[in-house]
Each structure stands twice: as structure tokens, then as C-alpha cells.
Design a binder for this molecule. Sequence first.
Ligand SMILES: [Zn+2]
Length: 542
Amino acid sequence: MKTIRNIFTILPLVVLLSSPTLVSAPESSPKLILTIVIDQGRADYMDRFGKEFKGGLKWMLENGTVFSEAHHAHAVTATGVGHGVLGTGYYPRHNGVIGNSWYRNEGSEAINCVGDSSVRPVTTAGDFKGIPRSSRNLKVRGLADWMEEADPASKTYGISRKDRGAILLAGKDPDGAFWYDSDTGQFLSSTHYYEHLPEWLNEFNREDYPGQFFAKSWDIAEDAQSVLPREDVVQSDYGWFNNEFPHPLGNAYPYPDSSFYNDFGGTPMMDAYLMELAKRLVANEALGKDEITDYLGISFSVVDSVGHTWGPNSPEMLDTLLRLDSYLEDLFTFLDQQVGRDEWAVALTADHGGLELPEYLNETGRSGGRLDQQDIACLQQLGEEFDRSVGDGEDWFVNGYYLNHTAVGRNNLRREDLENRGAKLLESCSAIRKVWTRTELESPSDDYFHTLFFNNYFPGRSPNLMIQWEENFYPSAGTGTGHGSPYRYDTHVPLIFAGKGITGGRVDERVETVDIPITFASMLGLDAPADVDGKNLLAKMK
Ligand SMILES: [Zn+2]
């Protein structure tokens, strides 16, 4: 195993000549590095609410290097995909995480991006209803793995409310990953990481942190209340439900049950709970306590739930962001005490952005829409038309747009022909801008959207057809909004590096989220794989 120091002693000249980034690595590396992800953290939150931040986000904006044009460079801007990129420095086309889920065996078998039936859940409470989770479906190793390879004594962890956030942020084989069980309100892991949870985590779980909020509700904090009214913060209840603060948690049941823990997971207090877990982890596993750099990935999920339900312009979002700002201050203060001031470094970013509520876009004079009856009918009629043109009696496409290769072979047809026919038919629906075929995505091109879909394509996992919906269109009926498109509102995310060895500044040049792991590796003088997709941003941070 090579350490930073013996790379220097063995190859000082070669390193100095071939890799200028290593020269600029600090005299001594940070003792702890953190990747902090705000799930669905749109880049514009930093500008819109920058003046209101008083805590950790303010500190990062004032003292860090702010990359104002950081983008995800893949088409399916979903949580699993974003975290896969942020944890590894590889596009989905190399790391294999092409969605939150996909299908295998020609579309017949659903796969969760972190599902793994070969492991068992490891809990404090004893039972767990879901499928066990691990990094098994990740095809590459990530930053945490490179650190472990450089020195096995390096401690590496990922934590989040979401399983995929915790797991994918920490690469293939970290020391641990913990995520939230919304049935019990406790954090759990799997046998991929542990046979038994560490005792400090069992103790923390038994404290039942969420329980203190039982029989209470989520109400807007004074901080958020005091900056209202604001033109860009509106009560966004488009007649969907009784939507105003305060929001009660759980059903009418005399003890905390899964409905309570599930609702709790969608309030900012969940982010506080995760921050508390981060502090316990740092203290009990002694992160940042010696000269070997440790890693902690933290993904805060509540901005995402709030965005989906109330949208980016809601008082709920304002409240969630201001609270997160104060939780981060708490965490950073704790790290100053525990690890030492100027002994740790952090990158703050997001796994994807999000679309404003289509109804709000319309109300403010912009185009936008969501799936309606006409769109659904258009898509449904295509199946019949396809059968008429190709031949009845077969299920040509399975689970959306996976081609049934057995049927294709049996009828002696060409895959490309069927893909092209399917794509042409789909493109006749007004909500669809373009359909990318698997054949098309097997080769790169200079086209911007082609590149994003190409980066997202993984043979054997991706469907035969990938839909690019119209811009500002949310392909879901009902209420709320979301993400998942290749457009700016979904790709553009915050990126701020701060802490040891990083001077403040602003870089307006476009960079990619895939650059973060290699930038940290360079900061630590690590041997990262040569084929990594990201570029080192360290030279821009001066
Ligand atoms: Zn989401």
C-alpha cells in the first residue's frame, strides 16, 4: 500500500514534473474530508437565500471557493445517479448507476440501485421490512476506496436518511454506511458493512431522537417567519390539500408508529437527527484524530422531500434551508472542537436540482406543464400502433422501453428497426422532445443532450429507448414537482469547497460534479485511477 509520503520519496521528480496538482497539495493533508450533499439542492438557493444564511452555509459562501456553474453531466438527474457520480468520480456509463432503479433480464426483473439480496439488514430494533442494501451494483471504486487503498487505517463512512445516499456516497467498501428506517425511526446498515451495529449506534438508536417530536408538529421557525413576506416565497397550495403550516406528524395513534417515523423523515428535524448522527460517528469512531485522512459523506434528504411536495418557492423550503444552515454551523463548530480548526475540508453540493412547480411557472408567466390525460392517452395509443406496424401477438417492449429480444429474434427482426419505429411513434406525442435509442447512445457525439444521455447509458442496464421530455415539463400527473431531466434546473447544483488549504474565491467557468472525488484525491496526494471521468479542480481554486 502506497502512502502519500512514500510516493514522494520514491518518485519525487516524476511526481513533480507530471502532476503539478500534487505540488500544490498542502504540507499536511486535512485530517478529515467531508462531502455534504443537499438532496435536490438547486444552485439558485445559494443566491436566493444567501443573505438569510447565518450559519454553516454562510461560512462556506464567505470562506470557500464557490463554483457558480457546477453541473451534473448525465441525463437522468435522480438521487442514485447523482450520488454514484459524487462518490466515485465516474459517469453512470462507467459506474453503472443509471437510475434509482432499472430492469434486467430484458426488462423482466426490477433492480434497486442499492438492492442486494445476498446481504442481510443489520439493525438495532431487530426487524426490517425492506430489501437489504449494499454497494453491489456499483461497478467502480470511489474516493473512499482510494483512501482505504492508500492506507487501510483511513476511516470512511457514508450516512443519509436515504439508503442510496449513504451507500453510493461512500464507494464500494467503506468502513460503514448508515441510513434511516422510516418504520422504526432508527438507523441501520447491512452485512456488507457490519455483522452487528457498533454499540454507540445501538445506544443512539435506543435514545429515539425522533420521539421528542411525537404529538408535536412541524411549524415555521422564527428565522424563516421573520424574512417573510418575500416575492419568491409563496404559499403554493394549488388546491391540492390543506397545505399550510403547521404540519402534524403521523396518524391519530397514541404511540409513535411507522406513520409518525415516516412523516418525521420529511421534516427538517430529520436533517438535525442526521447531523446528530454525524457528530456521534465522528466522536465514537475518532474521525480526524490522527494523521491519516478520514472520509465522511453526508447526504441531507429533506430538501428533496420538501421540493417534491411543496416546491422550491414554498415557505416550507425556506424554513428547511434556514434550519439546515444552522445544523451545518453546529456540525462545523463541533468539527473545529473535535478535529481542530483548519484541520478538515468540505465540499458541499447536490445530487440534482429540481423543477419549480409547473403551476407556479405558469402563474409567473413562464411555460411549464405536467402529464395530463391527453399525454397519457397519446402514450397509450402508441402500443397499439406499434403492434399494428410490426405485428400482433408479441409484447415487444417490457416495463416501458426494454425491447423483448426473444420476440425480436423469434420474428427475425432487427433491433435498430424496432427502436427507430418506437422512437418515431413516441416523438409524435407533444410532451416528448426526443427519444434516444440504445443504438444511438452506443457512440458519443458533440451534441449537448446526446452527451448527457451517452454518459447515462450502461449496456445491459439501460432500456432500448430513453425519453427526453419537453423542458419545464414534469412527467407525472397529480401534485408537486420533481427532477430527472437533462435541463439546467436539474443539472445545475451548488459546489463549494471550504476548509483546510482552500482559499475563498469564485469560479464562473462550467465544471462538473464528477470532478469532486478526483479534486479531493489530488488535495490528499492520492493515487486515483487513471481512467476516472472527473477533472481535477484544484488548479482553479487559487
Ligand atoms: Zn427527489
